[in-house]
Ligand binder design. Structure first.
Ligand code: 6R9
Length: 655
């Protein structure tokens, strides 16, 4: 067993409480008992093609598929090959035809308190008008379109408009810097960026347009920048570059409200979403139309037990995969009313989320453990001041949830009544793979419990033997699995399929199973740190620091953090002629903000004379972690110079 897994294991509590679904919930649920779950699970594993064909038939296809799963070029799987469909059509038109045209699709709340409700027909009109505007500019099937927007309705509309015309969207979280935008735009050769002249965050307006201007300066592939008006020209007027920039409201105004949905091949590219890996360069994860569509639809339906009566709120940003699958594509395919909130949870005060739950009668609430830990810190008085009785189901995602936070969530937000679904998945998996089913699975605080239908999960050691604790592995492909890394098929194979000779998908997480075969996720086993549910590659940060002329070497690690789950600590060795002082610290932090974004700035920067290394010169990160967490040092026999750690430990304590 690898040492990192061993140390993860130590941190897992001996949690053994179990919470069965309440009879009231189970009675009305889609899956009502473990017997039902087990029977359907078995069926899905015994004959996945029959199972997925049945699910896919619930959606609209212009032309049915010829083959459900094609594994001939494994790991380049193909799902629903030969089928023609359109995801925006399945999110919108299908419900309009079924009589739900006047039902709320998006319930949007702006941070300053403005709000907008779009019915399914409103969404139809707005998506089509923008789709037509894109077409008029010359954007079409296969073109890559970058979106850098705040959480406003136009972000949902623009994403769906791309899906409608077959343009490949790549949404870039609005906390990323101009350098990050530029890297992504260049990597995928985007021809268009959609942004806004503002967006609210904690009472401040973000100047997104100027960040985009900086990002695309001199970037030849970009032909259009489309700007949504959200700011008021104050405090910063928006500069419009003739010939390149277009106001969103101007280009949509005369467009027809109908736009024929493009009949896309099931394996046409739907979107790219960049995520951090173990090397410096983020990976453009590829998802395609048909399989992703079916998987987002089905998992939303069973995990959230979703009905069209539900008012569903996922607090993620559409800039991350959770927002793609579980704000937009999953819930809209299930005809839910989806709440979308622009701003921060503590604006204007710590009760904002509970305000929103009360105001719109939210029935399903999905958030991240890091947010729950912040709510705990702010105290019960905030949720207790609001009527949360509309809630029927709670969910968490993004990182392991500690049992204390789970129990608090269950008691204070869920009034001991709402089941909690702890959903484990990744950008690469397209949708949830491990999760309780709320009407069936007895939950245990801290466990993502059991695999969903069609998911064959196991815990293995490095050699591929099943173990109680080790590395999580997924045996069979499922429809939502990533189809590749943009422009880098070799990296796709190396990253996900090399570990066990191509027999299993390797997600990079450690896990253990218990006596009920429940899965407990232990965190990453690679050099990726999960800060507040955001994946940050340590190598990515290290390559930023090394750009600074005063830095000779650096090592970045993740350490336990009370609210964020994990925080970042950077150890920096400066060059001989440089001074390690506050000025340098500030410069390095600014460099991270400029290169990646504010959310990636380490908690601590430690200037060190040297770093602990093996005799072959490899940095021993686990020793750095032991130092940072104040633990006894693990095995030091391979350490080249033991005095280095002692000096570092002293330094760390002084800080
Ligand atoms: C959906 C999302 C993926 C990584 C994943 C894992 C961690 C996500 C989790 C969880 C424990 C859960 N993770 N959900 N760990 N329990 N319920 O977050 O995607 O941003 O790609 O991150 O997040 O480490 O590998 P992404």
């Amino acid at each position: 067993m690898s040492e990192s897994i061993q140390s993860l294991l130590e941190s897992v509590s001996k949690e053994n409480r179990s919470f069965p679904p309440t009879p009231e919930f189970a009675e009305k649920a889609r899956v009502r008992s473990m017997e039902e779950y087990e029977a359907e699970y078995q069926r899905s594993i015994d004959d996945p093609e029959a199972y997925w064909a049945e699910i896919a038939s619930e959606l609209h296809w212009f032309k049915p598929w010829d083959r459900v799963l094609n594994e001939d070029e494994k790991p380049f799987f193909k799902w629903f090959e030969g089928g023609k469909t359109n995801l925006a059509y399945n999110c919108i038109d299908r419900h309009i035809e079924n009589g739900d045209r006047n039902k709320a699709a998006l319930i949007w709340e702006g941070e300053p308190g403005d709000s907008r409700v779009l019915t399914y027909f409103d969404l139809y009109r707005e998506v089509n008008q923008f789709a037509n505007a894109l077409k008029k500019l010359g954007v079409g099937k296969g073109d890559r379109v970058a979106l850098y927007l705040p959480m406003i309705p136009e972000l949902a509309i623009a994403t769906l408009a791309c899906a409608r015309i077959g343009a490949v969207h790549t949404v870039i979280f609005a906390g990323f810097s101009s350098n990050s935008i530029r890297d992504r735009v260049l990597d995928c050769g985007a021809r268009c960026v959609i942004t806004a002249d503002g967006g609210w965050r904690r009472g401040q307006i973000l100047n997104l347009k100027s960040i985009v201007d900086e990002a695309v300066e001199g970037v030849d592939c970009i032909q259009e920048v489309i700007v949504v008006k959200r700011g008021h020209g104050d405090p910063f007027p928006c500069r419009i570059k003739e010939g390149r920039d277009h106001w969103y409201h101007r280009i949509v105004q005369d467009q027809s409200i109908h736009c024929e949905p493009e009949q896309l091949d099931s394996e046409d590219m739907l979107f790219l979403l960049y995520t951090s890996g173990t090397t410096g360069k983020p990976k453009g994860i590829i998802h395609t139309v048909g399989g992703y569509m079916v998987y987002a639809y089905q998992t939303t339906k069973v995990v959230f037990d979703m009905r069209k009566e539900d008012v569903y709120w996922c607090t993620a940003d559409i800039g991350w995969i959770t927002g793609h699958s579980y704000i937009l594509y999953g819930p809209l395919q299930n005809a839910a009313s989806v709440v979308m909130y622009e701003g921060a949870p503590n604006s204007p005060d710590n009760g904002r989320f509970w305000d929103i739950v009360e105001k719109y009668g939210v029935t399903i609430f999905y958030t991240a453990p890091t947010a729950i830990r912040a709510f705990m810190k702010w105290g019960e008085k905030w949720p207790n001041a609001k009527d949360l009785s509309s809630l029927r189901l709670l969910g968490t995602v993004g990182e392991p949830i500690n049992p204390e936070a789970w129990i608090w969530y269950h008691k204070v937000i869920g009034a001991d009544r709402c089941p909690i679904v702890d959903t484990w998945w990744q950008t690469e998996t397209g949708g949830i793979l491990l999760s309780p089913l709320p009407g069936a699975t007895p939950t245990k605080p801290g466990s993502a419990t059991l695999p969903l239908f069609g998911i064959d999960a196991a815990v293995l050691d490095d050699e591929g033997n099943e173990q109680k604790a080790g590395i999580l592995a997924i045996r069979k492909p499922w429809p939502g699995i990533l189809r590749g890394i943009y422009g880098d098929p070799q990296r796709f194979k190396d990253t996900y399929w090399c570990k066990w000779n191509g027999e299993y998908y390797f997600p990079g997480d450690g896990a253990r199973t218990d006596e009920d075969d429940y899965f407990w996720i232990l965190g990453r086993v690679d050099d990726v740190v999960n800060v507040s549910g955001h994946r940050i590659g340590t190598a990515e940060l290290e390559s930023v620091f090394i750009e600074h002329p005063s830095v000779a070497e650096s090592a970045v690690i993740g350490v336990a953090h009370e609210i964020k789950g994990q925080g970042l600590v950077a150890f920096i060795t400066v060059r001989e002629n440089a001074t390690a002082d506050e000025k340098l610290e500030k410069e390095l932090k600014d460099l991270v903000i400029k290169s990646i974004g504010k959310f990636a700035v380490p908690e601590k920067l430690i200037f060190s004379g040297d770093l602990p290394k093996t005799r072959s010169g490899k940095i021993m990160r686990r020793l750095l972690r032991d130092i940072a967490e104040g633990k006894a040092l693990g095995n030091v026999t391979t350490l080249a110079d033991p005095s280095v750690v002692e000096t570092l430990r002293k330094k760390y304590q002084e800080q």
